[in-house]
Design a protein around this ligand. Sequence first.
Ligand code: AMP
Ligand code: MG
Length: 487
Amino acid sequence: MAAQSGWSFDNSYARLPEMLFTRVNPVAVKEPRMVVLNRPLSRQLGLDLSGLDESERAALFSGTVLPEGSEPLAQAYAGHQFGHFTMLGDGRAIVLGEQITPDERRVDIQFKGSGRTPYSRSGDGKAVLGPMLREYVISEAMHALGISTTRSLAVVTTGEPVFREGMEPGAILTRVAASHLRVGTFQYVTMRGEHDVLRQLVDYALERHYPERIDQGNPAQTLLRGVMERQVDLITEWLRVGFIHGVMNTDNCSICGETIDYGPCAFMDSYDTATVFSSIDHQGRYAFGNQPAIAQWNCTRFAEALLPLLHDKQETAIEIATEILNDFSPRFEKSWLAMMRRKLGLFGVEEGDADLINGLLDWMTAQKADYTRTFRALAENEGIPETSLYQEEVFLHWHRSWQQRRERQTSERSASQACMCAANPAAIPRNHMVEEALGAAMEKSDLSPLHALLDALSAPYEDRLELVPYQQPPGPGAARYQTFCGT
Ligand code: AMP
Ligand code: MG
């Protein structure tokens, strides 16, 4: 199958110390069936599946037939879940190996929902169709939005019922990631007191994700700085599009800076920094506006895990970690301001920019204005948007200040507008639309709404007539939308 399908594995993780993983094969499933296949992604990976019929593809993406060169393993890791430390591991995921793409990238190919592993604890190791399709839709939407993320290659059903709230169709998602190294991987090794392994893991992570920084001195310090900087960039991007991850535990905090683990995530409709969708996030720990603080908290846990390598003397190691971590807030502030300037088509820097930006956000909060629609309307409309909301006095006042700020910049008006259109998506995976598409797929086996949604979300910045239905905010009642952990 390898030659014919284009698999080209080189499994560097499987060559790392054994404490980091357990070799385990996916559990065979009863009757695998293809649901979706991401053809453009499969081509980017160098795969040619044209020689396989539907049932052969289903066998491949269910792990019934393993591709040549794969070395399936479940990774060991730990994590702070909602602030509490636990030893974990891939309880329902198996990494097949690392595909080397035609453009020489190295990516993990992982099954999610392929049965029990030594890390499953009391779980069944399974996944169900709704949440796997949801991860497929949202991760691909994030990619099209230009945000660093794991990708989704395929979803199959297993032909086996899985017990959740009731019986649900079992499913497996094939996930593609730059790697599955996470903050929790390092926490796991440090907790076990294996400093030699920790050193190897740091070198491995640097080589795989930060090769350009390898010669910048102490490897652990370099890695900490790199991870922190990428977390700043990533969270800034989440805030740009109104994304709420929902479960930013340290085991879901990727070392390479990709968005990973689409469980209870969702996009915000009306602007409110306190927005939470996850049914289990009672304290609002992972609320929209709390995400920068949580990313910083996660980086601090990462620094703790690296402490033995930051310096021989613990006191000095703590000083070094603190100095690096102190850079998080000013760096984020700067990154956020730059991002919001792009959303408002502002070039250069003026002292009043933060006030101008916050003026709009405060008004949006008070009016419960839709985050995506408002910015897109400003981007598309040189004048004042038509709906009555925007005739409101405070908005009109803000709009004048914004126009004056834009008039002071020398560049063409069209450049400012183009900048806004590239920073403000027209279409995001609105919760009600995702639900509708998943509902049709699950209840009526009708995949056409899902494909229409995927198509609309594949070019989210374009002004296309087909996008119009995907631009509408939900009706009343949307505020009560809840997500559940995708198990
Ligand atoms: P997640 O919330 O998906 O990041 O998962 C947190 C931890 O629980 C990870 O170690 C998962 O492997 C594990 N887990 C989640 N669902 C299951 C399941 N159905 N069976 C076994 N382990 C699971
Ligand atoms: Mg996870």
